[in-house]
Design a protein around this ligand. Structure first.
Ligand code: BMP
Length: 239
């Protein structure tokens, strides 16, 4: 599968780590909207560990008839032989994309995962920088090397770049041109304004708690999408 680069619809990927309002049916409704109106979902370890594999499969099934991204975010960071075992299981659970760390390197690691992902029709996305403050202590200092590992050696389809570090998004976009999708978390609760990652070159904003913890998650998702569109519309002068 190829991650679509330009989408005619909302450029939000819903990050699911919690259950909104402690209601499974509410979560299913938001997932349906995220996959039918927005660009898909990203399911994290907290959700999988709290509801289990069968329930997770229920969520991915809501999206399979759409052309959405259904991303497993386990941030894989292991030897290639072990990661490929995980990837097979994730594919069977209905995921069509997985996230791995790039810091594990290419040989016997990201490259091996990328080969299997490619033959299984699963999109591989790697993390080249992160949105929290501690990421600046080590990881974010190496984003240029991590982009090279990810793109020149492993040929991933997408890169995770932090909305809280717009300069990194711009630098990565300059490095990779238009050939790779940039997915950006850190919008909303972590402080980056809605649409800001898109303005700086990201293709998608990954947004979780701002939607799932709101009073009306579906309405909030649509409001954020509207805000993204407003921010992206070019203005014609004024300050
Ligand atoms: P929220 O919008 O609730 O802050 O969620 C952001 C999501 O993006 C979480 O699932 C988190 O694991 C993920 N994420 C992040 O916040 N920063 C990164 O650098 C990389 C991530 O995958």
């Amino acid at each position: 599968m190829l991650i679509p680069k330009i989408r005619g619809r909302q450029r939000i990927i819903l990050a699911i780590d919690i259950i909104p309002k402690d209601s499974w049916s509410c979560l299913c409704e938001v997932v349906k909207v995220a996959c039918e109106e927005a660009s898909g979902i990203k399911i994290g370890l907290p959700l999988i560990l709290s509801v289990g594999i069968e329930k997770t499969r229920e969520l991915t099934r809501i999206c399979t008839h759409t052309d959405s991204l259904i991303i497993a975010d386990l941030k894989l960071a292991d030897i290639g032989d072990v990661m490929v075992l995980v990837l097979e299981k994730l594919k069977n659970m209905g995921f069509n994309a997985v996230i791995a760390h790039a810091f594990i390197g290419c040989e016997d690691a990201l490259y091996k995962l990328s080969q299997l992902a490619h033959s299984a029709g699963v999109s591989l996305i790697s993390v080249v920088a992160m949105s929290h403050r501690g990421a600046d202590e080590l990881l974010n200092k190496h984003f240029v090397d991590l982009v090279s590992i990810s793109t020149e050696c492993a040929h991933v389809e997408g890169l995770v770049v932090p909305a809280t570090r717009p300069q990194i998004i711009r630098a990565v976009r300059d490095m990779v041109g238009d050939r790779i999708a940039l997915l950006s978390p850190g919008v909303g609760v972590q402080g980056a304004p809605y649409g800001s990652a898109l303005i700086n070159g990201a293709d998608y904003e990954i947004i979780g708690r701002a939607i799932l913890k709101s009073h009306n998650p579906i309405e909030m998702l649509r409001l954020i999408a509207k805000r993204q569109r407003e921010v992206l519309i070019p203005t014609c002068g004024g300050s």
